[in-house]
Ligand binder design. Structure first.
Ligand SMILES: N[C@@H](CCC[C@H](N)C(=O)O)C(=O)O
Length: 283
């Protein structure tokens, strides 16, 4: 029996994660353990958990069995298909833990949204190929209290509803202490991440996000890609670079010919060991 779990703590623009390695999927985490690890008072604290598992052990994965798979869980223990900040931090973790050969700068990573490719840049940031975001023709209505807005539905592997704010809307004033509502409900049967956006200048936006399974976070990487895609669509554009400011910093999103890349910081800030609830201490 494993008595203590070795972990690392990392973040990308203050979207933070507890990271653990379990190459052979020998010690899956229960929902209770995920909630304990992400608890900011009783546990370690994080918006999510990133578990490094070899692809062969993931039933949904039919790609390279040796690939490192990012087994992502939200803080409430729900599974999400993809995490854009997480995948950058995961790449940094694989390098720092020596889980990829020394000198590696291009890392394929398995996710439930498919294969992603992370490149470690000389300036310390990580750039990730984020697939082909899909914006829907008809959007959703998003609601906070008595206010509602039309939203653009964007699939970045995980679901997003993006609200482009207008005159009279104050991004900083929005109450994101509770989940925004949306309708029709059937638009997102498994829940949705909701982004609110201010356009500051062409190619430059600021956003806040309420993440499914977490709450308001300081950043959401897939959310930044969803926002760039929605803003591009609103202007009839397809290709270009968007600087996206989030409460935790800023990232860059590149869109070209239907594909997206996300570039931003990724840091491992701590390592340690933790006793999981109910585990005995070994001598
Ligand atoms: N923070 C992430 C997104 C994490 C998953 C999301 N909460 C969901 O349930 O889809 C990111 O950086 O993309």
């Amino acid at each position: 029996m494993v008595a203590v779990l070795e972990f690392a703590k990392g973040h990308g623009t203050r979207n933070d994660f507890v990271l653990v390695t379990d190459a052979d999927d020998a010690r899956p985490l229960t929902d209770e353990e995920v909630r304990f690890l992400t608890d900011r008072r009783a546990g370690i604290g994080g918006d999510g958990i990133l578990r490094a598992v070899r692809g062969r052990h993931i039933p949904e994965w039919d790609g390279d069995p040796d690939v490192w798979f990012m087994d992502y869980r939200n803080a409430d223990a729900s599974i999400a298909e993809m995490c854009g900040n997480g995948v950058r931090v995961f790449a940094r973790y694989l390098v720092e833990e020596g889980l990829v050969p020394e000198g590696t700068t291009e890392i394929p990573i398995g996710t439930r949204a498919g294969l992603r490719a992370a490149a470690l840049l000389d300036d310390g940031r990580v750039r990730v190929w984020m697939g082909r975001p899909a914006t829907a023709d008809s959007g959703t209505t998003v609601q906070i209290g008595d206010s509602n807005w039309p939203a653009t539905n964007v699939d970045v592997g995980n679901p997003h509803a993006v609200v482009l704010l207008g005159e009279g809307d104050e991004l900083a004033e929005l109450d994101l202490t509770r989940a925004p509502g949306w309708f029709p409900l059937e638009a997102f049967p498994s829940g949705v991440n909701v982004e609110f956006v201010d356009e500051l200048a062409p190619g430059h936006v600021r956003m806040r996000v309420f993440e499914r399974g977490v709450g308001e976070t300081d950043s959401c990487g897939t959310g930044t890609v969803a926002v760039a895609s929605a803003v591009a669509r609103a202007h009839g554009e397809t290709d270009g670079r968007w600087t996206v400011e989030v409460p935790g910093g800023k990232v860059e999103v590149d869109l070209a010919q239907g594909e997206a890349w996300l570039t931003g910081p990724a840091e491992i800030v701590a390592r340690g060991s933790v006793r999981l609830p109910g585990e005995e201490i070994d001598d």
